[in-house]
Design a protein around this ligand. Sequence first.
Ligand SMILES: Nc1ncnc2c1ncn2[C@@H]1O[C@H](COP(=O)(O)OP(=O)(O)OP(=O)(O)O)[C@@H](O)[C@H]1O
Ligand SMILES: [Mg+2]
Length: 284
Amino acid sequence: MSDVLSPLHPTKANTPGGEPRTIRTSNAHIIAVTSGKGGVGKTFVSANLAAALTRLGLRVLVLDADLGLANLDVVLNLYPKVTLHDVFTGKASLQDAVVTAPGGFHVLLAGSGMVEYSRLTPEVRNQLIHVIDTLAPNYDVVLLDTGAGISDVVLFSVSLAKEVLIVATPEPTSLTDAYAAIKVLATQQKRQNMRLVINQAIRPGDGRAITGQLQQVLNRFVNTESGLPMRLIHMGDIPADKAVRDAVMRRQLLLQATPGCAASLAVAQLASRIKSMLPAPQPE
Ligand SMILES: Nc1ncnc2c1ncn2[C@@H]1O[C@H](COP(=O)(O)OP(=O)(O)OP(=O)(O)O)[C@@H](O)[C@H]1O
Ligand SMILES: [Mg+2]
């Protein structure tokens, strides 16, 4: 991992959770995987999507951006010696904190149970910017596995991403919270479009119908700066599948444990859609 560190790139000043920053010197597609309600499957989607994108030949980094309550390590059965916390406090280098996950992608794990990351301090903000600016140029895709909701820390990590992938389940509580998060991101971060994946879908067509309903409410009640409606892009459905829980219990990637199950196939399809939205690679 000798090429992980490259010179720090210039950054644009930003207010907490405000307009998305431009990572100007990086071609990496930075995607925040976020949600309104907690426990809807962000970490499961981030880890398995990263594995699926890696299979498609992309260089992928997943950053555990759920700073206070990190658990990407649990899902991946990793026991990190060095975490983002050690990098933030100057105890370790970024180079030592990036590790390879079972799916072949890279991860940067955060520590868990640290109350200092429940608030967005200038230090946390600057450190996150530094970490992402430094690492992003080495990857095609960087996934930010964020916490749930609309706290300052979550909104700020989402503001570092070019694209937002909202994870929601068909439950009314999840959809109400997804709508609230989308509304905040559309207005605060002036996002013109966001992507939606419906996880734990029950019936085929769930996601398309839900996206249509959310879009109608957004059209009525959310004004974007351009005056055009905020566009919600349906990226697919991942069915509720017992194999997911089994894989999480065994601390395995679903794509490795049961690659042929319905949820694995849906994640692979999501990866193909994401790959197709990336810019074509530039000649060296
Ligand atoms: N498609 C699915 N089918 C069945 N169970 C699922 C599915 N997706 C997620 N789950 C279950 O939901 C649990 C929570 O998922 P996960 O930890 O990824 O959610 P999260 O959104 O990251 O939570 P948090 O908001 O706490 O970070 C998983 O451990 C798994 O048991
Ligand atoms: Mg999570």
